[in-house]
Design a protein around this ligand. Structure first.
Ligand SMILES: [Zn+2]
Length: 190
């Protein structure tokens, strides 16, 4: 963990401002002034306590990851948990990448705000290896992929929405199962 990823009491600047905005999404009523003072620390501690995080009032990658989900209110961390059931990993071997959440919110909106079902989010490397037909270097290992269905939207329709909304990522069409999407950063189709 690099020090530049942390914000804490006494710090000033745009990183603090960004974290204050995130804390405000959780119900804190901070003045977004870019100054990490006692009120910001109290809000950070309160958030950490609420989420079972180490309570030091310092905002680093782990706390910020929990905060990030408040920007994407229709999805939560648990939906992306590895399906190995604790056999090989804690369920969260990597973090879900923000670009995937952005894409999922866009897809949900394009589906008339119908809830998106995450059939598979993160897979740890060992669990991924047990999935028939899964690519060895699957995007699910990196927290960039989700296999989705949307109740009320046909598979074909969902495929088309994903193809349209994800020009710079991966789309694997459903074949009657689920549509794979990923935010790998380059176009991929299958
Ligand atoms: Zn696992």
């Amino acid at each position: 963990m690099m020090k530049k990823d942390l914000t804490f009491i006494g710090m000033k600047g745009s990183a603090v401002r960004a974290d204050q905005n995130l804390l405000n999404l959780t119900g804190a009523k901070l003045k977004v002034d870019g100054v990490f003072g006692p009120k910001t620390k109290t809000a950070a501690l309160k958030f950490q306590e609420l989420h079972g995080l180490y309570g030091d009032g310092v905002i680093g990658p782990i706390t910020r990851y929990e905060l990030m989900f408040y920007k994407y209110p229709h999805f939560n961390k648990e939906e992306f948990k590895c399906h190995c059931g604790g056999r090989y990993c804690s369920g969260y071997p990597v973090q879900v990448k923000e670009a995937l959440l952005v894409l999922l919110e866009e897809i949900r909106k394009a589906c008339g705000n119908k809830p998106v079902t995450i059939n598979r989010g993160i897979s740890c490397t060992k669990h991924n290896a047990t999935i028939p037909g899964a690519a060895k270097d699957s995007q699910h290992i990196y927290g960039t992929a989700a296999d989705i269905t949307v109740p009320g939207i046909s598979d074909k329709e969902l495929d088309q929405i994903c193809l349209r909304l994800n020009p710079n990522g991966g789309v694997g069409i459903s074949y009657g199962r689920h549509t794979h999407i990923d935010a790998r950063g380059v176009k991929a189709r299958w």
